[in-house]
Design a protein around this ligand. Structure first.
Ligand SMILES: C[C@](O)(CO)[C@H](O)COP(=O)(O)OP(=O)(O)OC[C@H]1O[C@@H](n2ccc(N)nc2=O)[C@H](O)[C@@H]1O
Ligand SMILES: Nc1ncnc2c1ncn2[C@@H]1O[C@H](COP(=O)(O)OP(=O)(O)OP(=O)(O)O)[C@@H](O)[C@H]1O
Length: 280
């Protein structure tokens, strides 16, 4: 029997870079949520470990030894096998944590398949800074440290209708961090009595930032164009996720999101565009 685990897209609703460690990694303060769109991992018993990649974005990566699915499988230090299928819908190197989501989903799927405990947060962090938050998901989380310090972010109002747009330019995460001029930005503003309503959340989000947005736009100017398109479509908030290039727009309801996504697809048939609802 195959184990199926959804690997939802990670979205940084706000991402503040608050410092830098001696080893070069950056300290973050981020509100992370997960979307209703993503990849999927299917795992079943087999003699050897095998990976097959299908789906709309399968052409973006190979099933080589360095695939995060294999790297996650090796965390178990097991000689058991599994036939794994990765259904890839998230563009590679796009700021919505596709590889991290796949790694976390593989850890969960193989733990279930092999009857083992899910590996620790430390083991997940060794696979990538975004893997612990994906392993803890899909509920909203405040992520600090370099990605290992996680707290539940309760009281996020919903349903939050969102459009995700990637202009099909891969962005290198280390290069964007390197281009960031100021590394000691203020943390997220503390939330005192919850947000109450979606307008309350939007007002708070507008006072927060993605500190990686400006350096990413400087390297990949089309990100600015994506944000302008989303804004022109009347979203409540448009912002880049992670190190880009994917941007999100939060819309006033699912109908508005669907209409905006349709018009964006007409204007830019080559872009990756998904309408979704945030998992709360
Ligand atoms: C920017 C975010 O997407 C926000 O959620 C993540 O922090 C990135 O997480 P990720 O892609 O899993 O990152 P990793 O694969 O661990 O690291 C890629 C590279 O990004 C940089 N990096 C990443 C995370 C972090 N907190 N500080 C960093 O400086 C480092 O140069 C690192 O070599
Ligand atoms: N299963 C996988 N899916 C996506 N990328 C993978 C996978 N395995 C390895 N990689 C490699 O990981 C790197 C980052 O890919 P990913 O799609 O996770 O980036 P991202 O969306 O920018 O992530 P983040 O938002 O966490 O920075 C790429 O160089 C890619 O080749």
């Amino acid at each position: 029997m195959a184990i199926e685990v959804f690997a939802p897209a990670k979205v940084n609703l706000a991402l503040h870079v608050t410092g830098q460690r001696a080893d070069g990694y950056h300290l973050l303060d981020s509100l992370v949520v997960f979307a209703g769109v993503g990849d999927e991992i299917r795992a079943s018993q087999d003699d050897t470990l095998r990976l097959h990649i299908v789906g709309s974005e399968a052409a973006g990566l190979t099933a080589g030894d360095d695939n995060l699915v294999f790297r996650a499988a090796r965390v178990f230090a097991s000689d058991r096998g599994a036939a794994i299928t990765l259904i890839k819908d998230l563009p590679v190197s796009s700021g919505i944590g596709g590889g991290s989501a796949d790694a976390a989903a593989t850890l969960k799927a193989l733990a279930q398949l092999w009857g083992e405990t899910v590996p620790t947060r430390e083991a997940a962090l060794a696979l990538g800074a975004d893997v612990p938050v994906c392993l803890n998901g899909p509920s909203p989380q405040r992520m600090r440290g370099i990605g290992e310090q996680l707290d539940p972010f309760v009281g996020l109002p919903g349903p939050l209708a969102m459009v995700l747009v990637n202009p099909r330019v891969a962005v290198s995460t280390p290069e964007v961090f390197k281009a960031l001029s100021r590394k000691d930005n203020p943390p997220l503003e503390e939330v005192r009595d919850g947000f109450g309503t979606i307008p309350g959340l939007i007002a708070w989000l507008k006072r927060q930032r993605n500190d990686l947005e400006a350096p990413a736009i400087a390297k990949v100017p089309v990100i600015g164009e994506v944000l302008r398109y989303l804004t022109r479509e009347g979203c409540l908030l448009a912002r880049m996720s992670g190190s880009g290039a994917t941007c999100f727009g939060i819309f006033d309801g699912q109908d508005a999101a669907r209409d905006a996504a349709r018009r964006l697809r007409e204007a830019h048939p080559g872009w990756w565009i998904r309408e979704t609802v945030v998992i709360t």
